[in-house]
Design a binder for this molecule. Structure first.
Ligand code: KG4
Ligand code: ZN
Length: 333
């Protein structure tokens, strides 16, 4: 069984051909650099960029992998959440191919595909927690014995990746800000600035990150902006957000224990997982609490079609639906 999958929920145009035994025949990720000069994604520009490149990379995927389109048995595409224009482009393209080839189409929830991504390369016991840290979402999910995914806690304002991007913009760094801040932080002193950790003492499992950019904005106004300042702020910022994530994970495990749900595994997914410092901090927390920590493979961390293909493979035929309408606010049922 071969799947052809498309991801176009935001600013990555990605296609993947994967077979049921997990072999990836082609995986192409085209990151739209056109947004860099705006310091954030412009939806209309993203739509146009998807239109320009999607057909080309799809054609090349078949040519490079030597797979014929007639050999594809299932077409899959992200149908939400995300930007409506980009979602419509990717899903309509995949549906058209499915109709043309008389094969089924399966709609994929982008968040669900992030949550499922580490099951491609790991055997994770149930129930487990999934911490999603991406540009659009910062959420803690419980994945139970029946593999049902339920939301336990989330950021009440900015997502963590979004916070990285906004802080980078304040510091005059490039977009996306995550990799930039990570690099500066490597040579910074993380104890130089004591940044606020809102909602840390709060009993809920929700988080808040928007106050961080305000605090950093004030520091930028008071200090001389040089490489040392940027490095120290970046390192202090990474320490601060790691504290928030770890404290909320601990609270979640403790709360679940009181309900007789024992968590021995946590998977961490989404673009911010690229951050080695955050990974190390969460691994350290796992060791301390005897909880196994899992991550997806590198190419399934940031937005990609391989996780869409993998989610498609895990779907049943009942979930095929050529009439599924893309939904920018699609939630996990
Ligand atoms: O999962 P993703 O590709 O897209 C969404 O579904 O949102 O995540 C993109 C986010 C961006 O905000 C980007 O700054 C962040 O992931 N990111 C990082 C790093 N690499 C990407 N954040 C921190 N450190 C990184 N190395
Ligand atoms: Zn994503």
């Amino acid at each position: 069984m071969l799947v052809f999958a498309i991801e176009t929920s935001c600013d990555e145009t990605s296609v993947c051909i994967m077979d049921k035994n997990k072999t990836i025949h082609n995986h192409t990720i085209f990151s739209q650099e056109v947004h860099q000069k705006f310091g954030g994604v412009i939806p209309e520009i993203a739509s146009r960029a998807h239109l320009e490149i999607l057909q080309k990379i799809s054609k090349e995927a078949f040519l490079k992998s030597n797979v014929k389109i007639e050999e594809i048995s299932l077409f899959a595409a992200t149908c939400g959440p995300g930007l409506i224009g980009p979602l419509l482009i990717g899903s309509t393209f995949a549906k058209s191919l499915a109709i043309g080839c008389s094969k089924p189409f399966v709609p994929i929830n982008h968040i669900e595909s992030h949550v499922l991504s580490p099951t491609y390369n790991n055997t994770i016991s149930y129930p487990h927690l999934s911490l999603l840290i991406s540009g659009g979402h910062t959420e803690i999910y419980l994945v139970d014995f029946k593999k049902n995914i339920s939301l336990l806690g989330e950021s009440v304002d900015d997502a963590l990746g979004e916070t990285f991007d906004k802080v980078a913009k304040i510091l005059n760094l490039k977009y996306p800000g995550g990799p930039e801040i990570e690099q500066f932080a490597e040579i910074g002193n993380e104890l130089e600035y004591n940044l606020p950790t809102p909602m840390l003492k709060d009993q809920s499992l929700n988080m808040s990150f928007s106050g961080l950019k305000t605090a950093i904005n004030l520091l930028v106004k008071k200090n001389k902006i040089n490489n040392k300042f940027i490095s120290d702020i970046s390192a202090s910022f990474q320490l601060c957000v790691s504290k928030i994530l770890i404290s909320k994970l601990l609270k979640t495990i403790t709360k679940l224990k009181e309900m007789s749900i024992n968590i021995s595994s946590i998977s961490v997914v989404g673009g911010v997982v690229n951050n080695k410092y955050i990974r190390k901090k969460i691994i350290g927390f796992g060791k301390e609490k005897s909880v196994e920590i899992f991550f997806p493979i590198k190419e399934m961390m940031s937005d990609n079609a391989a996780m869409i293909a993998w989610a498609g493979i895990l779907k049943t035929s009942k979930e095929e639906d050529i009439f599924f309408k893309p939904n920018p606010r699609l939630r996990i049922k």
